[in-house]
Design a protein around this ligand. Structure first.
Ligand code: ADP
Ligand code: MG
Length: 555
């Protein structure tokens, strides 16, 4: 009896243990990094992603690529999470973070093969990451919150090599202006910057409106297009007569009765409009609908009304104009009204929108992004989002670093020195970490069509000589002072990337057993039959991974 093997897993489950598990996870993680590697830096290329519905996204943005790819392998997803954390925390540096994570796994694989234990590796990686953050903190350059010119350089660096490239100076000005406008002491909520995309015109036509733009038209043709020095009411309900809960049937026996009934409704609507007139509202935004009759009365009174405004827009309007949202017109008072110097319906790229401008406190602004086609505008938006993120982070922390591989080169040298002071086998892991970071300048060089070895050697020698802000100018191939060149990034972009990449790599390395309830999608290369898409490696080496099969099918 006691000799029967005990089966605890269901028949469908799949189990991979020991080195096989490690190697599977490392391969999956590396594949993710490989998928975005060619997009890194000013000369990085873009990717075209087609989803199962045939929708197309053309992008250079690491996190967008990985999200669109619908990666299913659990280990690969842990690396995707690195990009997502980076996106949430800083908005930029998603590709770098993933590329570093992939390289940490690659280097780990070599050490595992030399029989270095995964726990030792993990320990060494963690020590190296701590040291790296210290070195970066020490090297950081302080930036003043009013130094607009410097902030614009930071904003522009984040947009380099993206769809916004040729208008990046103009956009950088808008971005910095926008973030400065919504900054409330130390608190900066970029949600108060509304990005409106307009297809038509060129990226250079993009503009910043201090106020809110609502993607709606006035509800009635007889209403004014424009209200100057407007008192603004925000109504959280509707300007309609509530339908009764029960289906009531009204039997009218003569025309007078019907008239009475309609008169009653009209009177109620008239009273609603009168409440707005009494408090002196010139403009009203309504969350719900506006009855035809009420529209007519509002137009008669010369009130500009908008119906079905989005609740996020209502919040922005409240913040910008100082109005209070009221649930019912019956309760509205003068104090609930907000103010805007100008409320106007304008034409943007053939679309009518309501501009609420000249607000007392422009704590809410709108960025109108324009571009020739929808795909262009979408990619400009992603670049601008990154840029908004880096300016916010810089204002919060006040610290930046030169870009172009300068910090990574500096770290590699510092960590190799530090490795000597780390005893035991961890030393090898610290050295591997140092080598890992050089993947950034190496990839920048590769993507720019330069010889990566030459570039690395040049960089190292400049840094050795004490020029620690030297980086690779991806356009000329020269090693230049990145700070002078105006290529600067927030400190947090770098520290966060190192932190998340290390955490993910360490987590994956410590796993020696993968037990899946069903078949693992992706990962192994023998499920090619159902991939049905491009051959393995066709998309940055992601062949055979789940999700990619679907993409292939749609093409
Ligand atoms: P990420 O998603 O990691 O931000 P990017 O494609 O935006 O990826 O590339 C960022 C890298 O490009 C950073 O290492 C940054 O320092 C570098 N970079 C940006 N502008 C320049 C430039 N003009 N010259 C060289 N490197 C640059
Ligand atoms: Mg970037």
């Amino acid at each position: 009896m006691g000799n029967q093997p005990l089966i605890v897993l269901s028949e469908d489950s799949q189990r991979t243990s020991g080195r096989d598990a490690q190697s599977m996870n490392i391969t999956a993680g590396k594949a993710v990094a490989e998928a975005v590697r060619t997009t890194l830096g000013p000369k990085g290329m873009d990717k075209m992603l087609v989803d199962s519905m045939g929708d197309v996204v053309v992008t250079n943005d690491g996190v967008t690529i990985l999200k669109e790819m619908e990666i299913e392998h659990p280990a690969a997803n842990m690396v995707v999470e690195v990009a997502e954390t980076q996106e949430d925390e800083v908005g930029d540096g998603t590709t770098s973070a993933v590329v570093v994570a992939g390289e940490l796994l690659q280097k780990a694989e070599d050490l595992l093969e030399q029989d270095i234990h995964a726990t030792t590796l993990a320990q060494g990686y963690r020590q190296a990451a701590e040291k790296a953050k210290e070195v970066l903190e020490d090297a950081a350059i302080e930036v003043d919150a009013d130094d607009t010119e410097y902030l614009e350089k930071i904003a522009a660096t984040a947009m380099t090599g993206k769809g916004a490239e040729n208008a990046k100076d103009h956009l950088a000005q808008l971005v910095v202006n926008a973030v400065q406008s919504v900054a409330d002491d130390d608190e900066i909520d970029t949600d108060n910057i509304k990005v409106e995309k307009v297809v038509g015109g060129t990226i250079d036509n993009s503009e910043l409106v201090e106020g809110v733009i609502i993607d709606k038209e006035r509800v009635h043709d007889n209403m004014p297009y424009f209200a100057e020095d407007a008192d603004v009411a925000l109504l959280d309900g509707a300007l309609e007569i509530k339908e009764t809960e029960i289906d009531a049937e009204v039997n009218v026996t003569d025309p007078d009765q019907l008239q009475q009934f309609l008169d009653q409704e009209e009177k109620q609507l008239r009273e609603m409009v009168d409440s707005l007139v009494d408090v002196g509202a010139d403009v009203v935004f309504v969350d719900g609908g506006i009855d035809d009759m009420a529209q007519h009365f509002l137009a008669q009174e010369g009130i500009l009304a908008v119906r079905r405004a989005k609740s996020s827009d209502m919040d922005k309007l409240a913040r910008a104009t100082g109005a209070t949202l009221v649930n019912s017109v019956d309760d509205i008072t003068e104090d609930d009204l907000g103010f805007a110097g100008s409320v106007a319906q304008k034409d943007v790229g053939g679309d009518q929108r309501i501009f609420v401008e000249d607000v007392e406190e422009a704590k809410s602004v709108s960025l109108i992004l324009r571009g020739g086609t929808e795909h262009v505008v979408d990619e400009v938006e992603r670049a601008v989002e990154d840029s908004l993120g880096v300016v916010r982070v810089t204002l919060e922390d006040g610290k930046v670093l030169p870009g172009g591989g300068a910090p990574e080169t500096k770290l590699a040298l510092a960590l190799r020195d530090y490795a000597d002071s780390v005893g035991g086998r961890e030393q090898l892991a610290v050295e591997a970490f140092a080598d890992t970071l050089e993947v950034i300048p190496r990839t920048l060089a590769e993507n720019a069509g330069l010889d990566p070895i030459d570039s690395l050697v040049d960089l190292r020698s400049k840094h050795d000589g004490g020029a620690t802000t030297s980086g690779l100018d991806a356009y000329t191939g020269d090693i230049v002072d990145m700070e002078e060149d105006g290529v600067v990034e927030p400190l947090r972009v770098k520290t966060q990337a190192i932190e998340s990449a290390t955490e993910a790599a360490v987590m994956l390395l410590r796993i020696d057993d993968v037990i899946a309830a069903g078949e693992l999608k992706g990962g192994s290369s023998d499920d090619d039959e159902d991939a049905g898409g491009p051959p393995a490696g066709g998309m940055g080496g992601m062949g055979g991974m789940g999700g990619m099969g679907g993409m292939g099918g749609a093409m």
